[in-house]
Every structure is written in C-alpha cells, then in structure tokens.
Ligand binder design. Sequence first.
Ligand SMILES: [Zn+2]
Length: 278
Amino acid sequence: MKQLKVTLIVMFFCMTTIPRQAISWKQTPGRSGGISWPGDCFFYSVNEQGSKDMEWETLLEVVRKSFRTWQEVTCSGFTFEETAPATVDKAEFNLEKGNANLIVWRESTWDEMVDGELVRRDPDIVALTSVMYDQNTDQIMDADIELNGVFYQYAILTGAPGDEFRMDLQGVLTHEIGHTVGLDHSTVSGVVMAPYGGPGETSIRTLKQDDIDGLCSIYPTQDGADICEAPYCGLDLTGESTTCDNPRNHKTDDGKCSVAPRRASLGLLWILGWALWS
Ligand SMILES: [Zn+2]
C-alpha cells in the first residue's frame, strides 16, 4: 500500500511539473518575434515555364485556387494579387533591384547554386519556401516557392489509379502559401501546416481550424482599403531591372540601407507511407 502511494505521488508530481508542449500553429520566428508582412497583401508571380506535369492554364487555375483558400478566411483580411507570368526563375531577394514573389518548378535539378557553389538539397523535400525578412523589424520582404519537379510528379488528384504515387499540387501549394505569410509548421497533426505530406494526399487542400487560427492571429481583419504594396525595389518579372524603385522607409537619413535581410527556408517533407511499399 505504501509503495502504491509513493508511485501515485511520483506520477502526480511528474504530471504537474513537466511542461506540456503547446500544441498549435506557430509563427516563423524572426529576430525578436514572429515574421509577418507589413501589410495584408502581396503580389505573386508564376514562372512562365510552369510544370512539365500539367498544362499552363490548368496549373494557373490550381495556383489561384490555393491562394483563394487562404484569402477566403473570413477572420483575416489577407489578400494576394497575381501578376503577369515571370520569366525570372531565381528564388532570390535583391536589395538593389526589383523582386518578385515567385512560384517556380525545378525540373532539371533540385540542387541550388549559392554564390557559384552547388548546394545539394534533400530529395525528400517536396517543395521549399524561402522567406526573406528584415531582421530589424521582422517584416517579410520577399517569399519564393520552389516545387521539386525532379523527384516528384504533380497532379490534380482525383483518386484515379496511380494517384497514390503523385503529389497533389493544390495541397502542396496550400501548405507552402502558409509559409509565405509567416506560418511555421504546426504541432497539430492532420492540419495544412503539419510538416509532412505524402503522395496521394489531398486533405491539405482544406484549411483546418488551427491553420485559420494562425492566419487570423497574425493578420486579423482590419477596416479600410488594403493596398497591395509592390515588392521591395519594385516588381521585376524578368530579373533584368537595375535600380531600386521603392526603397520605402528602409533607407536611413544618410541614404544607407537599413535593411538586414535574413532567409528562412521551410520545406514540406515527404515521409514514406508504409502502405505504399508493402
Ligand atoms: Zn512546410
């Protein structure tokens, strides 16, 4: 009896002192807090090469649907504006010339060139969103989505034979768009912002309450007209601009740039479903 009592007391002690992991959505951390856009809107541009897996018009329709999923959340006023297709295909941020918030498919290599050096990327990463933010303010300045077309086939899944081997474009994009607005991976399973996805899965096309809570906490509905601000230094769809059009308030009085850019990269990992291979 005495032994049982001790055990119970120890158990109670453990249950009350071990901090519970908060289970919810998360904002991508910046320097002092979470990162977010300064306004409630950004321009996105789809690379004109599209994807080898589907027709351009079909692809564009899926892209629009995925953005609409986030835009239709009624407790948030966040919106997205589509630009003309982009010829530029680099997922990069420029301090001294124009930018585009790009959606681009990688079809020949998934690896990345950084300062002339080849950096190998994990083939398990289905898609990657790189968000550039200012470390002084934690404000997002640029967001690019790269889709891994080298190792994965994208499709609009309908449950047809073979779909279990393909990635659902709408679902993957919906997840990546969550990253572009400053959402990190959630610890809740089964939500759009959960870190893992697999072929054949379409459930992440639809936002769950945890995803909605995240968006609305970062961007609550505000009154007044929202202005969609052009990308930092102006919109550049060709990668050929040479000047900075709208340095905004990012220059100090003596003309020096006050932006301290930093990149946050977030990928959607593919985990092998045991049922797929067994
Ligand atoms: Zn992710």
